[in-house]
Design a binder for this molecule. Structure first.
Ligand SMILES: [Zn+2]
Length: 258
């Protein structure tokens, strides 16, 4: 019985260690728009809509795929918690956790960058405000190139969005959050930031099981974009172009909240 007791104590110790996991991260000195020069040269193709689109879609002013491969910058100092190809409607995704002063309190927020062409950081990396962390992509050709940008107040969401309320209890309006936190006191000081908080993803094994449960393909019921002329249908590897489609390609994303 003694060894059983030891195992119980050990697993309790491990679980409390896990709950206490933190990373030392610089407090944000401010937040900025992740594309262009703090948003210049870009427009919001879609805004944040509770119970619909939970972030913002940023597109180059010239439209279509003109922004494909353009830099995506960290919105603020932080630590990279997720940097992987999640496939499905997401493609390459980066999630960065930030600590910042809200009055006299340290507060936390997660920023998410979706559909990226390239991921230029690794999980665990510390990033600075404005640092290039990836490039704008099209989710493996599913969408016209753009950045999907979310700001989450709930630190448990990770890639399990469907397990949480899709409203302001869990998410910020990104533009409003950035505007209200453009300049912050305490920037550069180091804070202990909680990590390992995501419910559905705490390691590669979790990711694999989440992906296999999700089927690894397009979300159920998702209709592929319909080319106006089959002769102009792009090959699987080419990039979608707005002019090739008679429907609004953003309609497809609207339906599924990406
Ligand atoms: Zn989006």
């Amino acid at each position: 019985m003694r060894w059983l007791f030891s195992i119980a104590v050990l697993s309790l110790a491990l679980s409390s260690l896990r709950a206490a996991d933190t990373a030392a991260v610089k407090l944000a000195d401010g937040f900025q728009c992740p594309v262009g020069t703090d948003g210049k040269g870009y427009y919001k193709a879609r805004g944040m809509q509770p119970n619909g689109h939970l972030g913002e879609d940023w597109n180059g002013n010239a439209g279509g795929d003109t922004d494909l491969g353009a830099p995506v910058a960290a919105t603020a100092h932080g630590v990279v918690l997720f940097a992987r190809d999640f496939r499905l409607g997401w493609g390459n995704v980066i999630i960065v956790r930030h600590a910042y002063m809200e009055g006299a309190q340290v507060a936390y927020v997660d920023s998410l960058y979706g559909h990226l062409d390239q991921i230029l950081v690794r999980e665990g990396d510390q990033v600075a405000r404005g640092q290039k962390i990836g490039t704008i992509g099209n989710c493996h050709g599913m969408y016209p190139a753009h950045l999907h940008f979310e700001m989450r107040k709930n630190l448990r969401i990770g890639m399990a969005r469907s397990a949480f309320p899709r409203d302001y209890s869990c998410y910020w309006n990104p533009t409003e959050f950035v505007a209200a936190h453009a300049r912050l006191e305490g920037g550069g000081r180091v804070a202990a930031v909680p990590v390992n908080t995501f419910v559905a993803y705490n390691g590669p094994a979790d990711l694999e099981s989440a992906l296999s449960q999700a089927g690894g393909g397009a979300p159920a019921g998702r209709a592929p974009l319909t080319p106006a002329n089959p002769n102009t249908a792009p090959s699987a590897n080419s990039h979608l172009r707005l002019r090739d489609y008679k429907i609004d390609p953003f309609e497809d994303m609207r339906k599924f909240g990406y």
